[in-house]
Design a protein around this ligand. Structure first.
Ligand code: HEC
Length: 138
């Protein structure tokens, strides 16, 4: 019985406050035309449906492999030009997939394959194809 009063107060507060003047529920009619146009402009790039009603797919800003390649650039160069590791730019996606798979399986390719075993061991198949797709564009 002690909590009954508190409960009643909460319920009353909910009933009286519900929906009315809720600052988080803005209605379309609360905005001016200029504000609506501004909002429309801002969300346009994220929408697959443009204002005219035509379905239009926006290009993906960058490939997933680009972010993953950050871990490789220290040895292979930001542009794949090589360094501690060999040059990767100019290689095909298939070539990169094959090599990374070999390293992932612990196979010896060159004299320094041990440097790649740990790198490739952490990669999933998706990582490998993402990386290969990106590297082939370098
Ligand atoms: C610690 C330095 C280092 C890092 C980091 C590194 N690599 Fe390597 N990478 C090497 C070395 C050294 C070789 C040559 C290995 C050998 O002798 O077989 C190599 C070889 C390769 C090859 C084969 C090249 C060829 O011409 O056959 C590919 C593909 C490759 N790395 C991709 C990557 C990718 C993708 C990453 C990031 C996930 C990465 N590497 C991270 C050092 C590194």
């Amino acid at each position: 019985m002690i909590n009954f009063k508190i409960l009643l107060v909460i319920v009353l507060a909910m009933i009286s406050g519900c929906g009315k003047n809720d600052p988080f529920v803005a209605k379309r009619s609360d905005y001016t035309k200029a504000q609506l146009a501004d909002i429309e402009d801002r969300i346009k790039p994220y929408s697959v449906l443009n204002v005219a009603g035509a379905v239009e797919l926006e290009p993906v800003p960058s490939m997933a492999g680009e972010a993953k390649y950050a871990a490789c650039s220290a040895c292979h160069g930001a542009n794949g030009g090589g360094g501690v590791g060999p040059q990767l730019s100019g290689q095909t996606s298939e070539y990169i997939v094959n090599r990374l798979t070999q390293y992932k399986n612990g196979e010896k390719v060159g004299s320094q394959s041990n440097l790649m075993w740990a790198q490739a061991g952490m990669l999933s198949e998706t990582d490998i194809t993402d990386l290969a797709d990106y590297v082939s564009t370098l």
